[in-house]
Design a protein around this ligand. Structure first.
Ligand SMILES: [Zn+2]
Ligand SMILES: [Zn+2]
Length: 560
């Protein structure tokens, strides 16, 4: 990162201030008609330079501006800061770099460091790159942002992720002893108060219409068709953001394909954001199959960030690299870590959209329904049966640290023993899982597996369970989503524990009754007291069932 210097020049009687990487570049800024140029500061880190620029702008707008001008000229001269007004040499090369910068930055927000590295790899000279950056900024073609910007009450805010979580460290880059480092977005590469970001808004008008073929090898269910149609209407006429609220296992991803096609056909660009990195690749493949002639770019860490294409699949962190680019953004699994409650990614997503862009969020457990202009539900699964509703059981198990076989309540044991189907038993922590695993192996005659993040052969346990070699598995929330065990029943023990949020409980209940072979099943939440998330999750599931019934989507209820 190069430092910035503040300059002032007089042009047609008015004072104009600017920032440059080197006073030599002033020659590029067509200052031929300028009535003198003065340098106001030594090279400063970007955050300091912008702060100081604000102060100087005030001075040159105020009543003492002529005095400041005279002082500035004298100081520039006295300190021997040279101002060259001619830099015609190499201008063509500089315009070449500027062209390339425009291509790279369109719809993106990138650091100077990253741009420098790439352009140098492409064979451009560092001096030409910094001249082009200065030229682009002064011509208002590129937007330049300092590492940190001043918020209210003098607080400094990271301009990449909007966080205030920063700490001062000695900096190898700018040489300062207390250069701020953002602690929040560190995982994407260090961002400091001497960092500089560049952006260029993509053209708000979509490119011309293009033919887009959507190829699906399956047909949508009736509730999916209705949701898909509602999304297309939202794109045409809706405002702000819409929520797609789908029952677990009702298939929400597929309902977005038609609206994605509409936007792409109109020449627009679409972002599909997913919190979890492991699903980005899978999702990109699915979209490639659905849109065989569309270039689909997958952005996740370690992947080429330049991957082109009008349809972008990205982790929510990678979304921070985009700036006012997309006409439609779809955020899958709003309730999953790390998006939930993460202000940084919320702002990033908003920034990645065109000013008039629209946002669709998808979830199985909506938290704040009031903030959406429209709520579209997919309340029923394809097989036309209602979602299994959890039974809330108040029963105090002793703390798991002292849990003995004889403490396990007989009525829960009866349920486990008499059901004739496999059970997925959730517990809040690893130690709770281990304790329950031991107790259940003792009190039942069933084969019991154990699954949590510290179990090395976790995948094997999952396979054994799926292939019926295990009759029960005790697990932490690692099996809360993304897994499918036909015919399974779910029991959540210590369900009032604080790790069990509404969304976790809904997802756990959502493991049950997913297939047409066994569309029903048992869900039990047991705890010493019925906590709010237990009640709320039951309420959400019931609400979807009521909706499904009202809309006539439970066509198989009563038949089996
Ligand atoms: Zn940050
Ligand atoms: Zn620094």
């Amino acid at each position: 990162m190069q430092k910035l210097q503040i300059c002032v020049f007089k042009y047609q009687g008015a004072y104009r201030l600017c920032l440059v990487r080197h006073p030599r570049h002033l020659g590029d800024l067509s200052l031929g008609a300028a009535e003198g140029v003065a340098i106001l500061s030594p090279p400063l880190s970007s955050t300091a330079a912008y702060k100081s620029l604000g102060i100087w702008q005030g001075r040159f707008r105020g009543r003492w501006s002529r005095l400041w001008w005279a002082l500035a000229l004298r100081q520039t001269h006295a300190k021997g800061w040279t101002v060259k007004a001619q830099a015609a040499e190499g201008q063509e090369r500089v315009f070449d770099v500027l062209d390339r910068l425009r291509q790279l930055l369109e719809g993106r927000l990138l650091s100077e460091q990253r741009l420098m590295r790439l352009l140098r790899q492409e064979g451009f000279w560092p001096s030409d790159i910094s001249r082009a950056l200065d030229l682009g900024v002064q011509r208002s073609e590129l937007r330049q942002v300092p590492g940190f910007v001043q918020g209210s009450w003098g607080r400094l805010i990271c301009s990449r992720c909007q966080s205030e979580e920063a700490q001062a460290f000695p900096c190898m880059v700018c040489g300062s002893g207390d250069c701020l480092l953002c602690l929040e977005c560190r995982s994407m590469g260090e961002h400091r108060s001497c960092s500089v970001l560049f952006s260029l808004q993509a053209s708000p008008r979509p490119a011309g219409p293009r033919p887009v073929e959507l190829s699906l090898t399956y047909t949508l269910t009736e509730p999916q068709k209705q949701a898909s149609q509602a999304l297309r209407q939202f794109w045409l006429r809706g405002e702000g953001k819409a929520l797609v609220w789908a029952a677990c296992g009702a298939g929400k991803t597929e309902v977005t394909f038609a609206v994605i096609r509409d936007v792409l056909q109109g020449g627009g660009e679409v972002l599909f954001a997913i919190p979890r990195q492991d699903i980005v690749k899978e999702m990109a493949d699915r979209l490639r199959r659905a849109f065989p002639h569309v270039q689909v770019a997958a952005h996740y860490s370690g992947q080429p960030w330049l991957a082109p294409g009008p349809l972008v699949v990205a982790t929510t962190h990678q979304v921070l690299h985009f700036h006012r680019r997309f006409h439609l953004a779809i955020l899958d699994e709003v309730d999953a870590f790390p998006y939930q409650g993460n202000e940084m990614l919320r702002l990033g997503l908003k920034r990645a959209l065109q000013p008039q862009g629209k946002l669709v969020e998808m979830t199985a457990t909506p938290q704040a329904q009031r903030e959406y202009g429209q709520i579209i539900t997919i309340p029923a699964r394809y097989h036309g049966f209602a979602l299994p509703e959890p039974e809330l059981v108040a029963w105090a198990l002793p703390p798991w640290s002292v849990l003995q076989a004889e403490d396990f309540p007989a009525f829960l044991l009866d349920r486990l023993g008499g059901a004739g189907h496999p059970w997925l038993i959730f517990a809040p922590t690893i130690s709770a899982c281990s304790a329950l695993h031991k107790v259940l192996a003792e009190v039942t005659d069933k084969s019991v597996g154990l699954c949590h993040s510290k179990v090395p052969d976790r995948a094997e346990v999952v396979r054994d369970f799926r292939e019926n070699r295990l009759e029960m598995v005790v697990s932490t929330s690692v099996l809360e989503r993304g897994v499918n065990f036909p015919g399974v029943g779910v029991m959540v023990l210590y369900a009032d524990h604080s790790v069990f949020s509404v969304s976790t409980l809904v997802q756990m209940a959502g493991r049950v009754g997913r297939t047409a072979d066994s569309p029903r099943g048992t869900v039990i939440f047991a705890a010493a007291r019925i906590a709010w998330p237990m009640k709320k999750s039951l309420q959400l599931i019931r609400h979807l069932n009521d909706q499904a019934k009202e809309r006539g989507l439970l066509f198989n209820e009563g038949t089996a």
